[in-house]
Design a protein around this ligand. Structure first.
Ligand code: UD1
Length: 464
């Protein structure tokens, strides 16, 4: 069993990021992101890569998942809230971690990444201007907004980038900050927020946005008085953030419910914190097992965080068993078609929609997939159709008529999850599927190729 994050290969002499030797994630930053600009802190090699996926293998074995991408980046942002050294363990060795580290360095922090451990040292005074070139590379960079407003009472934060999955406005983030007493507007490509004082408020979110909940939460922990966030997001990564903030001294009630109550405190202390396992990566392995009619045991995640996914796979015909930190998916025959509707947690995660589409493409019967969060996520279907899938969309619904087998083709990853969905489809296709633009996959899946190989897949990473 390979457990990522347990200490990556190191020692290439040509890299000069912080610390004596680069971690695997830092090497990824150097090696697979051809269009990032050279900065004082980073050197990079312009290498782009694709995967060659041979169809037909049945995935069998055990696999471990590292910490959650959508948690670690927010925890790193939270370290801005306390002067001193915060240590975060079980970090995934993915590209987004060194990108976020660069964002924090641009604010005055020193950050070291040693395998699965990230240490952030936050000085007494931090810059309020988050304008690192990497801000526009990842969505989670916007999560420095709340901490900066809390610490500096002002913030200038370059509008974030991230996956091309549809419009991602910040109106709820800004509205929440305004209610806490900060003026906020967009200026020259950045969110600007300024407050004389932050004070508690009753805030109702229009929608349980993950990012808005996180920013408002991180601003309110150092505000005067009590803040109540209603219709808050309930994702396990929000709970993880609440747990770390509570360890730091924040007074938060209701973590994991749709009402968060925060009693502001004067200051917070740095802590050691372990990131929760990545439920999206774990569920990806579950889909991979089901799609290849395999038998895969996944370790390192709380099965309660993937309950609905496992129920869907059970409905598709899989045998599922689970224990405290692992689960097993066995699919003995062709999966049956099931329907999926993406919703905020505990609903079916939008991040798994491409995997659900890939499974539906080879299932017995017709599936309806409804996307309620990101309108452009169905772009993935164009690539799936190249592989012979019988799929069509109508608004935010997709109908997929399953076929026994797909047919290999060159396909392009448009975001992290779409890229992985294409690899899953490639495993169920005749011949060799080439998946291009795999730097997207490297942003979210540590040692993906290596883990697939250990499960019996035939897949190669090829430098162009
Ligand atoms: C996070 C995750 C992403 C996941 C998504 C939903 C990270 C880095 N990314 O993204 O992987 O797919 O949650 O589970 O954690 N919205 C607004 N106004 C706002 C904020 C959001 O209209 O101010 C809308 C968005 O356009 C989207 C919906 O709310 O339609 C959900 O977005 P949100 O929960 O905020 O997702 P992110 O935090 O961006």
């Amino acid at each position: 069993m390979r457990v990522p994050g347990g200490g990556g290969a190191r020692g290439s002499p040509e890299f000069s990021l912080c610390g004596p030797l680069p971690s695997r994630a830092e090497r990824l930053l150097n090696a697979t992101h051809p269009d990032v600009k050279r900065t004082a802190a980073v050197t990079w090699l312009p290498v782009s890569e694709h995967f060659r996926v041979h169809g037909g293998a049945r995935l069998v074995g055990e696999v471990g998942v590292a910490g959650a991408k959508n948690s670690v980046l927010k925890l790193m942002a939270a370290s801005l809230l306390a002067e001193g050294t915060t240590t975060i363990t079980n970090c995934p060795e993915i590209l987004d971690v060194p990108l976020m580290a660069d964002v924090l360095r641009s604010l005055g922090c020193s950050v070291e990444i040693e395998g699965a451990t990230t240490t952030v040292t936050t000085p007494p005074e931090i810059s309020h201007e988050a304008v690192s070139v990497y801000m526009s590379r990842l969505r989670a960079s916007v999560c420095v907004l709340g901490p900066l407003v809390a610490r500096c009472r002002r913030a200038v934060v370059t509008l974030p980038g991230g996956d091309a999955i549809g419009s991602r406005p910040l109106d709820m983030h800004q509205s929440g900050l305004r209610q806490l007493g900060a003026d906020s507007h967009i200026e020259h490509g950045a969110v600007v927020a300024e407050a004389e004082n932050l004070h508690g408020a009753q805030i109702w979110l229009d929608f349980p946005s993950v990012g808005a909940t996180e920013n408002i939460l991180m601003a309110s922990v150092l505000a005067d008085g009590t803040t109540v966030i209603d219709n808050a997001a309930r994702e396990p990564e929000i709970v993880d953030l609440c747990v770390m903030l509570q360890q730091m001294g924040a007074k938060i009630e209701g973590a994991g419910t749709s009402t968060l109550t925060v009693h502001g405190v004067a200051s917070l202390e740095p802590v050691h914190h372990q990131v929760i396992g990545d439920r999206i990566v774990a569920a990806t392995w579950a889909f991979a097992a089901a799609a290849t009619r395999g038998d895969v045991t996944v370790h390192g995640v709380d099965p309660n965080n993937v309950n609905l996914v496992l129920e869907k796979l059970r409905a598709a015909g899989a045998e599922i068993s689970s224990s405290a930190e692992s689960f097993r998916v066995v699919m003995g025959s062709r999966p049956s078609a099931v329907d999926y509707v993406t919703l905020p947690f505990p609903g079916f995660p939008t991040d798994l929609q491409p995997m659900a589409l890939a499974l539906s493409a080879v299932a017995d019967g017709t599936s309806m997939i409804t996307e309620n969060l990101f309108e452009s996520r169905f772009r993935f279907i164009e690539e799936l159709v190249r592989m012979g899938a019988d799929a069509r969309t109508d608004g935010h619904h997709a109908v997929v008529r399953g076929q026994e087998r797909l047919s290999s083709a060159p396909v392009w990853a448009s975001d992290i999850r779409a890229g992985v969905g294409l690899v899953l489809a490639g495993l169920c296709a005749d011949g060799v599927t080439e998946v291009w633009d795999v730097f997207h996959i490297d942003r979210g899946y540590p040692e993906f190729v290596e883990q697939l190989r250990e499960l019996g897949a035939e897949i190669e990473r090829v430098a162009d």
